[in-house]
Design a protein around this ligand. Structure first.
Ligand SMILES: CC(C)(COP(=O)(O)OP(=O)(O)OC[C@H]1O[C@@H](n2cnc3c(N)ncnc32)[C@H](O)[C@@H]1OP(=O)(O)O)[C@@H](O)C(=O)NCCC(=O)NCCS
Length: 91
C-alpha cells in the first residue's frame, strides 16, 4: 500500500511476549509520535493484518483504517485475508 506524503511510517512494533499487556506497546507508540512531531511529519502510518488485535491498540492511540487491501495469493500463503493501512493525523 502507498503511504501518505510526509508520513512517519512505523514498519515494525514488537514487545517481548512475556511483557505484553502492560502498556509498553502504547508507550512505544507515544515515543514514535514524539519523534514524528519533532521531524514535522503531517501523519503517522502503519499497516497491520486484518486479523491482528493490535488494531485496537492503534485505534485507542488515534489511528484510523484508511484502506484495506485483500489478496488471494497473500491469503493462500499466510492464511490471512489482507492488511489495513492505518493513519494518524498529527496536525
Ligand atoms: C502489538 C504489541 C506490540 C502490543 O504491545 P503491548 O505492550 O502488549 O501493548 P499495550 O500493553 O500498550 O496494549 C495492549 C494491546 O495490544 C493489543 N493486543 C492484544 N493481544 C495482542 C496480540 N496477541 N497481538 C497483537 N496485539 C495484541 C490489544 O489492542 C491490546 O489492547 P486491548 O486488549 O486493550 O485492546 C504486542 O502485542 C506484540 O509485539 N505483538 C506481536 C507483534 C505484532 O503483532 N505487532 C504489530 C504488528 S502491526
Amino acid at each position: 500500500m502507498d503511504h501518505p506524503d510526509n508520513t512517519y511510517h512505523l514498519s515494525e512494533l514488537h514487545v517481548d511476549a512475556a511483557l505484553r499487556g502492560r502498556g509498553i506497546g502504547g508507550a512505544l507508540l507515544g515515543h514514535a509520535e514524539g519523534e514524528a512531531r519533532r521531524q514535522g511529519r503531517a501523519t503517522m502510518s502503519l499497516t497491520t493484518t486484518t486479523v491482528n488485535p493490535a488494531r485496537r491498540l492503534y485505534e485507542r492511540n488515534g489511528f484510523r483504517v484508511v484502506e484495506t487491501r485483500t489478496d488471494r495469493d497473500y491469503e493462500r500463503y499466510t492464511g490471512i485475508e489482507g492488511r489495513h493501512l492505518m493513519v494518524k493525523e498529527l496536525a
